[in-house]
Design a protein around this ligand. Structure first.
Ligand code: PLP
Length: 408
């Protein structure tokens, strides 16, 4: 190992001076302190701040790899061409999740990208290409009003007409509103939300599919946006909510930095191999492969990290973690109910939303806010991730009670 270090240092000559290092270190130290201070009470966004990657970083530094740039350009299910990639690990990750999501073993493809948005991008793009090729007509994209904004933006970016469908109070796409909005003369590209961003709502895929089928529409592509919930549902006894075998969706996307807490944005996209095969992507000679993926260079480190986590911690650990998160979400919800502070918690969700407290509390706990007239107006939410434990929730509830008592 020592020899390896000498060798790599002779290649990488560092030309910065001690003085420059000193200046930047001071600034970075301050930034680190500031960020870590915020983390202690950070509850409004779906990021696991307990990912446990330090063992990976120790290995990474010792291995010598950290002085080099890797790149996952290429198809994880095809051959490696650059040989400085982690495509093999990436493929194993896709295969693992394929099993968790009940994809047929021989009908699966996927990749890791830059986040949930990137997965949605691929799902919407693949769906559009298939429907357009099959029918010669541009599909209309249907997405709920409470689904993540990336879906409507991506459908718009890809030149589709987008119809935003009303939701019920809990944030689920309303079947009646979908029925009214459907245009049977065009193919349907529908995005289902499996855990909406603000209310953590799960669209009822089977009922909504039936609405589409009852209209006699045959050309349908179903993409599932499961940015946060896709990370945990497979590890619970609520797995049926995400089972491909049961729900027959064509593709699904989730984020790696949300439930798994990978320390840089990344995501996993899975689709049926039928979807992949139908892309008929251009052959790219220098990669000797079909390249249906949108980005060329892709991160080689994030598959390493996710694979490390899945192997070193194991999915049993994740199953336990999500049980605790869901219990803690119920705890928070019950506490708020006891105080008669209007609060809601959806099925299988770790997101508690409630009447907005003071701006001070919003700021202190970095809470996200939203407005819904049907629920009395201004709302805030807490997403109970792994680092959001009961003492922190109790502290929040006590502070809220003090505000109520003070008549704020
Ligand atoms: C966070 C989120 C996204 C966006 O995912 P990124 O990984 O941030 O790109 C998409 N959909 C839902 C439901 C989300 O919660």
């Amino acid at each position: 190992m020592a020899d390896k270090k000498v060798e790599r240092n002779s290649l990488n000559v560092d030309t910065t001076t001690d003085y420059q290092h000193h200046i930047i270190k001071e600034r970075y130290d301050k930034q680190a302190d500031d960020i870590i201070a915020v983390m202690k009470t950070f509850m409004g966004y779906p990021v696991n701040e307990n990912s446990g990657l330090s063992s990976f970083y120790k290995w990474y530094a010792d291995s010598g790899l950290l002085d080099y740039s890797m790149n996952n350009a290429g198809d994880p299910f095809g051959p490696s061409h650059l040989h400085i990639d982690t495509l093999e690990l990436e493929k194993e990750i896709i295969t693992h999740f394929g099993k968790f999501f009940d994809f047929p073993e021989d009908n699966l493809w996927g990749l890791m990208g830059t986040g949930g948005t990137d997965g949605n991008h691929h799902g919407i793009y693949f769906g559009k290409k298939i429907l357009l090729a099959k029918t010669g007509k541009w599909p209309v994209a249907y997405v709920s009003k409470e689904a993540h904004y990336s879906n409507r933006r991506l459908a718009d970016l890809q030149g589709m007409r987008v119809k935003l469908i009303e939701c019920d109070k809990m944030g689920r796409m309303d079947p009646k509103a979908l029925d009214k909005a459907l245009e049977p003369e065009y193919p349907v590209l529908i995005v289902y939300a499996l855990g909406t961003t603000f209310k953590g709502a799960i669209d009822d895929i089977q009922i909504l599919d039936k609405v589409i089928a009852d209209k006699g529409i045959k050309d349908v592509y179903r993409h599932v946006d499961a940015a946060l919930f896709g990370g945990y549902l497979p590890f619970t006894n609520l797995k049926h909510l995400i089972s491909q075998k049961k729900l027959h969706y064509d593709s699904i996307a989730f984020s790696g930095h949300k439930f798994f807490g990978i320390d840089e944005p990344c995501g996993v996209f899975l689709c049926t191999k039928d979807t992949y095969d139908a892309q008929k992507a251009d052959k790219i000679p220098y990669l000797e492969a079909s390249m249906p993926m949108i980005s060329c260079s892709r991160n080689a480190l994030t598959p390493m990290k996710l694979y490390w986590l899945l192997q070193t911690r194991g999915w049993y650990a994740y199953a336990r973690e999500i049980m605790v998160c869901l219990e803690n979400a119920k705890f928070l919800y019950n506490e708020l109910c006891k105080m008669q502070w209007p609060a809601w918690l959806g099925y299988a969700s770790n997101t508690v939303f409630f009447k907005k407290p003071s701006d001070e509390l919003i700021h202190k706990y970095t809470l996200a806010t939203e407005y819904d007239e049907r629920l009395g107006g201004d709302l805030a939410h807490i997403i109970v991730m792994q680092h959001v434990k009961q003492p922190l929730l109790e502290q929040f509830v006590e502070e809220l009670q003090k505000e109520i008592d003070a008549g704020k």
